[in-house]
Design a protein around this ligand. Sequence first.
Ligand code: SF4
Length: 232
Amino acid sequence: MMIGDMIVSSLEFPEKISLVIFTGGCILRCPYCHNPELIDNGKPVELPEVFNKIESSMDFIDSVVITGGEALIQYDDVKKILEYSKKQGLETKLDTNGCFPDKLSELIDLLDYVALDIKAPFNKYEKIIGSDIGDKVKECMEICTDNGIYLECRTTYVPFLMDPEDITEIAKSITTDIYTIQQFRDKAVLDKRLQGTPVPSRDELKEIGEAVKPFLKKVRIKTAEFGNEFID
Ligand code: SF4
């Protein structure tokens, strides 16, 4: 399979230490993609190498996180990694952009936690990221909620592409255990026109988070300066 890297981290799965596997490749081209080097590339590794990495990390980790790129384009390998992880007694998390509801549905019994990108209101995907996949993303959300999987929906707030009303529209249309509003960063981005555009401040995100809190169970904002902060 193609991967970017495998690292141990305490940031990707709350209250757990994870082996995080960054898979290569993605079918989207979000203008603000902060992993542009991963969406067409990655380095080839054989699955036994991934299994060995999991096994040699067992003293430190209690979970495996598969992120991208978009992991589900390498469905067969991802399935084998999840099966292997479960056999080791590890919890599992998948980050996905929501393009592959059928594949997500096939894997759902192997997952404890799904982080699903909600990149735009479902009917505005084409306008905001240039791909009309809102219905598929919605389907992924429903697969998670119907199966009782812990679900995090998350949106990167990019002022150049959206406004606070879009976040309100998203908040009113999702069902999720937690909603994360992530700060757009202008450093490594796919569309160079976004370089140097204003980065939303923590206060701006806080204000948006407070506005959408009444519609959701749990809301947090994520900024480079302050990390994760819950909105009361
Ligand atoms: S932001 Fe995520 S979904 Fe979008 S192109 Fe980058 S890796 Fe793919």
